[in-house]
Design a protein around this ligand. Structure first.
Ligand code: CA
Length: 229
């Protein structure tokens, strides 16, 4: 079973794809608008995204660009009526993994989805890194919380990867804004603080070991496993 996001504004097509893919045992989330898809992908992670390009509030290519800019490696299958060679090249250039021109037959779509999911599986499991109560396989983008599978967002993976690279060091809020969020370090947004307090809750149990420390006036520090025990 895989977690799939379907971004498609045509209600008839959306329903038939949902039904067909649920029958294959997949967990389906759907979005009709580009803005909804942007928000959903910031909050949840998926094994595959089926992406229509012509959406009422924008071009699906924008979602593809922004996912890749954020470092996401989720496979993307584009569904579009733009069947020209130029359109296909543009789609693949934006970071799509496969391209299906409308109209298509359902069995072909299902076969492509399964092929992409198999290809993803070939990346295979990597090494598991333990951070607090989480075990993370960054290569397979899989996470376990207290031994049970859980899901992190792409941003949570990125921040954790960054902090792990710098573990033991104090990483300033400005550095995180610049290097991970790609925002100006002078930005007064509370994004980093809000994000880090959520991340801290994910990493440690109530009253449990401290893994992610706030260093007042300086930033954040991720402790090494043996320091936090
Ligand atoms: Ca459309």
């Amino acid at each position: 079973m895989a977690r799939l996001l379907l971004v498609e504004d045509d209600p008839t097509l959306r329903l038939s794809l949902e039904v067909a893919l649920r029958l294959r045992g997949h967990e389906m989330t759907s979005a009709r608008l580009l803005a909804d898809a942007q928000r959903i992908t910031e909050e949840q992670s998926f094994d595959l995204i089926l992406l229509d390009l012509g959406l009422p509030d924008g071009d699906g290519l924008e979602l593809c660009h922004s996912l890749r800019r954020r470092g996401s490696i989720v496979p993307i299958l584009m569904l579009t009526a733009r069947g020209t060679l130029e359109a296909r090249v543009e789609g693949l250039g934006a970071g799509a993994d496969d391209y299906l021109a409308k109209p298509f037959e359902l069995p072909e779509l299902v076969a492509r989805v399964e092929a992409l999911l198999r290809r993803k599986a070939w990346h295979g499991p990597g090494e598991r890194t333990k951070v607090g109560r989480l075990e993370i396989d960054f290569r397979a983008r899989q996470t376990w919380q207290d031994g049970k599978p859980t899901h992190l967002t792409d941003m949570e993976y990125r921040v954790l990867e960054y902090l792990l690279d710098r573990r033991g060091d104090v990483v300033s809020r400005e550095e995180l804004l610049l290097r991970v969020w790609r925002l100006s370090p002078n930005n007064k947004t509370r994004t980093v603080d809000v994000f880090m307090s959520r991340l801290r809750k994910i990493l440690q149990n109530e009253g449990g070991l401290k893994v992610l420390l706030s260093v007042r006036g300086e930033g954040y520090r991720l402790l090494l496993a043996d320091e936090s025990s």
